[in-house]
Design a protein. Sequence first.
Length: 247
Amino acid sequence: MLTIGSLAFRPPFPKLCVPITATSREDLQSQCQALQHRKYDLIEFRYDYFGAAMSATHVHTVLATLRRELPHVPLLFTLRTEKEGGKYALPEIEYAKITQAALADAAVDAIDLEYTMSPALRTPLCRQAQARNLPVILSFHNFRETPSHASVQQQLEAMYACRPAITKVAYMPQTPQDVLTVFQCSLQFTRRHPQAPLIALSMGNLGRITRIGGAVFGSIITFADGVRPSAPGQLPADLLYTLRDYV
């Protein structure tokens, strides 16, 4: 059974993840305190929002602060690059160094790794995570469009071949058909690989339905706005926490 920290992935799904998008230690403390009054299952620490302060040394300091504020919440660590809609703009080798530092920190319960990074860097990070029994969410984001049905299926299969704990894809829809494509591909993937956990999202206002009803088609995690959103289309956490009980 898949677990992230103390969170066991049993039905009902989806589990609700809220992002922390702090830009300073003071902001981090403020967001953590605000999240003490929200309903959710796990948090995603978006370290890329720290900007110029980021380093392999700094990450341990802010993770310690986060854990003091939220000591028992399952924690997903994410360093999202600009090409995937995030704030991180330095070379891949620096991305790998920071991610490696996060992998070694006991505060982290799961790690996001971007599928598009060089396999020469991604593979050792995956192995390090596996050595720690740390679940890897292998992710891919397209903020421009939703490719064809065949292209999405090919993307999912290529990522699944890397054997992550969870495969995650997120696309920007231009039409309702694009949203339907994400639902259809999710359902087909989970039928082919029933033991392969999946997150599949359509972003923006048009894609909000995937954040509410994605579990019907196979998604095990949905992302919601706890304090500040980290992607277009995220719904308020308290609202989504209530809605999922009706899907």
